[in-house]
Ligand binder design. Structure first.
Ligand code: GLA
Length: 521
């Protein structure tokens, strides 16, 4: 009996020891992400800082960018999070509460969020962990953490970047952990983006605090794309590959693809690197002025599929020869592998990628998909040779099968349902939210989380790659006033069985005095 308990005890100790070891090697998904299902793939969207800085930012600019994001096809390609960065969008009033800067944002920050949500996009806002933001034009959250996170929740943010300016004397991990607790207390699931530029080595601890953390300083000053610095940022971020995974990402900053001063090859190479590093794909250029080539690069669905892979592995350099790098180590959800060859030299490079270079056995005949020419070669035994122009890349996917499925890319027609109804009469109002996947496979039915208020019922139906979430409101008996529900639905990626990022949308209901039921505008 005693021996038996000893055996059990040592098995338990061994289990705890190995559980601890494996956590040390690759931090477990953040508590945050595990609970709320946020950012299981790297967030995609647009942020203004790289191109605009703070001065020209206002409601008109952000709305024009939102419209361009939709009309250019970026939304269909998966870009969703959008909003002002340090765009001087709020003040702190005499009572300590954050209030919208109505001169720059006449609809207020909730109004801007509604505009974004109605377009089927997600709302991104910005603040700072110190006393003021970097320009000092906006208040930071220091000593106002809980009330400020409530303000962001009331504005219906879905993503919050928290900067690290004017934070002298503060401890990085403590400050960002307090802000995480404040976000939790505010009750709205918000993707939490830490921006300490690598200060405090967040890759060591932030997996259980936020969903992404900047690993380096700014990639460029506003309006000045800097290729050389971008390559340094990529090199620093590459080393941290072990810290990345579903719900917790290394963030090497917003993208510079499409900004003035970069060649087409540099735009393509930059985008390929960010895809390979499972980096957040936050476009940083002026989306109103994109050339066809920029649009083609930013919406390359096969490259995006590498970035949005549900396994969430960050690729790394496996071989370097002078100015030529081979990146691999990125196994994908269908068992295939992503490989990137980058030539930073001044001459074209002839490169042989041998299967053992990228961790595969030498013998098998494999299919090779070029994600920029969209052509498949093979089956090839032993490896493949590619010629790569200066500053250019070959972005490849290597598989046993001649099939290269793209993982789910989710697009919604709206993330906001608003209805108005008379409360007394028994009636039903219905409004549908349509969600589709632009990946290769159909998805199982979205599962709506229980716990909705009694006045709301959501039914899900599927037709091919589209699903409709039918929201039926039964307001009979409700008192006059405003009601709100946040609907959460979950799904899994069907090939790997991995959980997908949770889907959230807002339902607003206004009960008036006897007016006929209709949609609010
Ligand atoms: C810091 C951040 C940038 C941007 C600016 C705003 O420099 O790293 O991305 O948000 O602040 O002032």
């Amino acid at each position: 009996m005693r021996r038996k308990s000893l055996v059990i005890l040592s098995a338990l100790i061994a289990f705890l020891f190995f559980a601890h070891l494996s956590r040390g090697q690759n931090p477990a998904p953040g508590v945050h992400a595990a609970d709320d299902g946020l950012a299981f793939t790297p967030p995609m969207g647009w942020y203004p800082w790289n191109e605009f800085g703070q001065e020209p930012q206002n409601e008109k600019l952000i709305k024009e960018i939102v419209d361009a994001l939709v009309s250019s096809g970026l939304k269909e390609a998966g870009y969703a999070y959008v909003g002002p960065d340090e765009g001087i969008c709020f003040y702190r009033d005499a009572g300590g509460k954050l209030t919208s800067n109505l001169e720059r944002y006449p609809s207020g920050l909730r109004g801007l969020g509604n505009y974004i949500h109605r377009k089927g996009l997600k709302y991104a806002l910005y603040t700072d962990a110190g006393t003021r933001t970097c320009s000092k034009a906006m208040p930071g959250t220091k000593d106002h953490e809980f009330e400020d996170m409530l303000a962001f929740a009331e504005w219906r943010a879905d993503y919050l970047k928290i900067d690290w300016c004017n934070a002298g004397g503060q401890d990085v991990a403590e400050s960002y952990t307090k802000l995480r607790d404040a976000l939790h207390a505010a009750g709205r699931p918000i993707v939490y983006s830490l921006c300490s530029w690598g200060v405090g080595e967040p890759w060591k601890w932030a997996g259980s605090v936020g969903n992404l953390w900047r690993t380096t300083g700014d990639i460029c000053s506003p309006g000045k794309a800097d290729w050389g610095n971008a390559m340094k940022v990529a090199a620093a971020n590459e080393k941290l590959y072990e810290a990345a995974g579903p719900g917790h990402w290394n963030d090497p900053d917003m993208m510079i693809s499409g900004m003035d001063g970069l060649s087409e090859a540099q735009n393509r190479s930059f985008f390929s690197l960010w895809c390979m590093m499972a980096a957040p794909l936050m476009a940083g250029s002026d989306l109103r002025k994109m050339t066809p080539s920029t649009i083609q690069i930013l919406t390359n669905r096969e490259a995006i599929g590498i970035n949005q892979d549900p396994l969430g592995i960050q690729g790394r350099i496996v071989r370097r020869n002078g100015k030529v790098e081979i990146w691999a180590g990125k196994r994908l959800f269908d068992g295939s592998q992503a490989v990137l060859v980058l030539n930073q030299g001044a001459e074209p490079a002839q490169v042989r990628v041998a299967w053992p270079d990228i961790g595969l056995a030498e013998s098998p005949a494999l299919y090779v998909r070029n994600l920029w020419t969209h052509q498949t070669a093979g089956p090839q035994g032993g490896g493949i040779s590619v010629t790569v122009a200066p500053n250019d890349v070959a972005l490849l996917r290597i598989s046993k099968r001649n099939a290269f499925p793209v993982p789910p890319i989710i697009v919604a027609d709206s993330y906001l349902v608003s209805l108005r109804a008379a409360g007394v009469a028994a009636q039903k109002l219905t409004r549908v939210v349509t969600i589709k996947t632009n990946g290769s496979d159909e998805l199982p039915l979205w599962k709506v989380r229980p716990g909705l208020p009694s006045w709301l019922f959501v039914d899900v139906t599927r037709k091919g790659k589209s699903q409709t979430l039918t929201n039926t409101v039964s307001p009979g008996g409700l008192k006059k006033g405003l009601y709100h529900a946040l609907v959460r639905a979950d799904n899994v990626e069907p090939v790997s069985g991995r959980p997908m990022s949770a889907l959230y949308y807002d339902v607003d209901l206004e009960i008036t005095d006897g007016a006929a039921g209709r949609e609010r505008n």
